[in-house]
Design a protein around this ligand. Structure first.
Ligand SMILES: C[S@@+](CC[C@H](N)C(=O)[O-])C[C@H]1O[C@@H](n2cnc3c(N)ncnc32)[C@H](O)[C@@H]1O
Length: 241
């Protein structure tokens, strides 16, 4: 399975991002995502597209009994083992589409910024519903449909190089989007809001929370961050099996 994160140039650029250097504290959505986590002490937690393993480490630090982080990228899983190893965490190279999703196996399934790489998101929701114990929590953060429907996922710029507006096109046409991210051509998947929310309801979930991430006050003076208030970039959802 091809993955950009296994391409050396992309992997190196990703390592330079604030969230890669400084972890969850540097992630613009963390102040909204963290309070949505249920108590994790003694719980089993599955992380889909775990990357460097920051959320796995968080779960282990909260006292989770068992944590499994899966990711399709060998690079990312190796980095997770270097940065966020813990005796209670297993990291595994495995695609979100390929994982076996054993029935009623997990208390919590988390996924941060990975599901916009998945074409058939409805199928993943069904799998997650099956693998959660009844009453279990599915907490995820996905690129917002307004962001994934962006044209090339970029602003239209004024002559002086400042962002003029965020273009949205072909919103109702879900599927592949060719984007330019971290200097590389990256393929992502656009899902409409209806697809995401109805997909969860059709799988059997109850919706507990839906939030659109905004950067916290303390990040707003960082370069470019004020523009992050002009269009949504991330959608946070908490659902109950
Ligand atoms: C933006 S990173 C987020 C990593 C991590 N969840 C975090 O928040 O720090 C996206 C991750 O999704 C992984 N990914 C992309 N497609 C995947 C797939 N089909 N199955 C599993 N992981 C995938 C990438 O390898 C990458 O590690």
């Amino acid at each position: 399975m091809y993955n950009e994160y296994d391409k050396e140039s992309f992997f190196k650029e990703y390592a330079r991002m604030p969230r890669s250097r400084d972890g969850l504290a540097a992630a613009g959505e963390w102040h909204q995502l963290k309070p949505l986590f249920p108590p994790l002490a003694g719980k089993s937690v599955l992380d889909l597209g775990c990357g460097y393993g920051w959320h796995c480490r968080f779960a282990a630090d909260q006292g989770a009994a068992r944590v499994l982080g899966i990711d399709v990228s060998r690079n990312m899983i190796e980095e997770a083992g270097r940065r966020n190893a813990d005796p209670g965490i297993e990291y595994r190279v495995c695609g979100i589409e390929e994982y076996e999703y054993p029935e009623h196996a997990w208390d919590v399934v988390v996924s941060n910024l990975a599901l916009h790489y998945i074409a058939d998101i409805g199928q993943v929701f069904k799998h997650v519903y099956r693998t959660l114990k009844p009453g279990g929590t599915f907490l995820f953060n996905i690129e917002h449909p307004v962001f994934t429907a962006g044209v090339g996922q970029d602003w239209i710029y004024r002559e002086d190089g400042t962002p003029q507006y965020w273009p949205v096109d072909d919103y109702f046409k879900p599927g592949e989007r060719k984007t330019h991210f971290l200097g590389c051509d990256v393929v992502k998947q656009h899902h409409t809001l209806t697809q995401i929310l109805t997909g969860l309801l059709d799988a059997g979930f109850k919706l507990n929370a839906v939030e659109e991430a905004k950067p916290p006050e303390e990040m707003l003076n960082l370069p470019g961050m004020r523009d992050e208030l002009r269009r949504p970039m991330m959608l946070l959802v908490k659902a109950e099996a």
